[in-house]
Design a protein around this ligand. Structure first.
Ligand code: ATP
Ligand code: MG
Length: 400
């Protein structure tokens, strides 16, 4: 007898009323979507819990998938049986035996959510405890710090037997916080910024600026691949690929080399803001950290930020590079990010970029070309690529 159900707990209980219902509904919907490739799985909510029922052979793989669903705080694989004392005893025994030899001590924690069940919780604890001691050698009760806290939850027709919790990813369900536009380069940082934004419950659109033929088709494919990886955590992602060659050429022609990065970023933000408006995104997200490179000083952020009205979120602002790299390895974007294809920023990298650019100087240089027209043309020329999670057919084939 193995686990056939997973009990899920979610947090952020400060949420109340309507928000709470929306939170729960979205979480259930996201879990269903994540588990779509698995056949015969049912997901439902009851009394502040979410239950995932499946056949035993799929439970481990399902838990792996659930680790990518934001909003889940903890999960416990459980054995679900009919609420009869015989079935409960057998399941408790099977569950406990599976935990051997790691555990030496246990404690039964019964909860009778259904008062029609004839045995009271205290009596159930004693009875089941005695049963387990009779059937398993070298096992002891420890009521204070048991290796195995054996939970027995009697809920109407069914009873759930489970032990320890496994930590979930936390955060908020993707979709509850509205939509944002992520500026996604091919680097290490911006995919991590996207992941952290997803963790706070936003739905992602991404925008990439592409300077073909200065940058190759492979550089574009790399960004598509990165966005595809992020769909593991965020469901569908719409990627906007913006033609940026003409703008970079104009900047190179008309502006001081030391200001090219600042002005390039200002153009990126203007275009991203337009796309955000068109797509009902409420903020921009970048992979900037503070002080990492010349364009990421506070002076630089001031000069860049002033061209947009919507918030620019920078989830990496307090992180060191190695922390960002660690996350990118964990979420599976690192190997793609370090592929060597050039990004539009590196192609045009000035020898000595200004670390403290002045926004008025930047604006004066921009007056030398038609900012508005270039922004509109770039928006019009934008290619839209819709990405959704890749489904692994192995799960379905495993039935045959
Ligand atoms: P990353 O590792 O994300 O490329 P970075 O450390 O290289 O970041 P910068 O090159 O200064 O930093 O870029 C800062 C941010 O600007 C990026 O994190 C990204 O959000 C955005 N950005 C840079 N280049 C592009 C691009 N070609 N398309 C879309 N966004 C970009
Ligand atoms: Mg970069």
């Amino acid at each position: 007898m193995k686990s056939n159900t997973i009990l899920l707990r979610y947090g952020e209980l400060a949420l109340k009323g309507k928000n709470k219902a929306a939170f729960e509904d979205r979480l259930v919907q996201n879990i269903r979507r994540q588990l779509e490739p698995f056949k015969g799985v049912s997901v439902f909510k009851s009394q502040g819990r979410i239950y995932v029922e499946s056949q035993e052979s799929l439970v481990d793989e399902i838990i792996e998938e659930l680790a990518n669903v934001f909003g889940l705080v903890a999960f416990s694989p459980a054995i679900r049986v009919h609420s009869t004392i015989e079935e409960i005893e057998q399941a408790a025994l099977a569950y406990t035996q599976q935990q051997l030899p790691e555990i030496r001590t246990f404690k039964v924690i019964s909860k009778r959510a259904d008062k029609r069940f004839p045995i009271r919780s205290q009596e159930m604890n004693r009875r089941l405890g005695g049963f387990l001691l009779d059937h398993i050698q070298d096992l002891h009760v420890d009521v204070h710090q048991p290796d195995l806290p054996l939970h027995v939850e009697i809920r109407g027709k069914y009873t759930y037997i489970y032990g320890k919790d496994y930590a979930g990813p936390g955060g908020l369900p993707v979709g509850v916080s509205g939509r944002v536009m992520l500026l996604l380069s091919g680097g290490i940082d911006s995919p991590v910024a996207g992941y952290l934004a997803l963790k706070r419950g936003v739905e992602l659109h991404a925008v990439h600026f592409h300077s073909y033929p200065f940058t190759s088709e492979r550089a574009k494919q790399k960004v598509i691949d990165l966005a595809q990886i992020l769909t593991r955590y965020g469901g569908s992602i719409r990627l906007h690929v913006v033609p940026f060659t003409e703008i970079q050429t104009e900047i190179n022609k008309h502006c001081y080399e030391s200001y090219s990065i600042t002005i390039m970023r200002r153009m990126m933000l203007r275009i991203a803001q337009e796309l955000a408006k068109e797509n009902k995104a409420l903020a921009l997200v970048t992979g900037e950290s503070l002080g990492q490179v010349a364009s990421q000083t506070l002076e630089s952020m001031n000069a860049i930020n002033e061209v947009v009205q919507i918030p620019v979120l920078r989830p990496l602002v307090g992180m060191d590079k190695h922390e960002i790299v660690d996350i990118s390895k964990k979420i599976g974007t690192y190997e793609t990010s370090i592929l060597p294809y050039e990004d539009c920023c590196t192609v045009f990298l000035p020898k000595a970029p200004k670390t403290k650019p002045d926004k008025d100087v930047a604006a004066r240089q921009e007056a030398r070309f038609d900012v508005e027209k270039l922004v509109q043309e770039a928006v019009l020329g934008t290619e839209v690529i819709d990405l959704s999670p890749e489904r692994d057919l192995d799960h379905e084939l495993s039935f045959f």
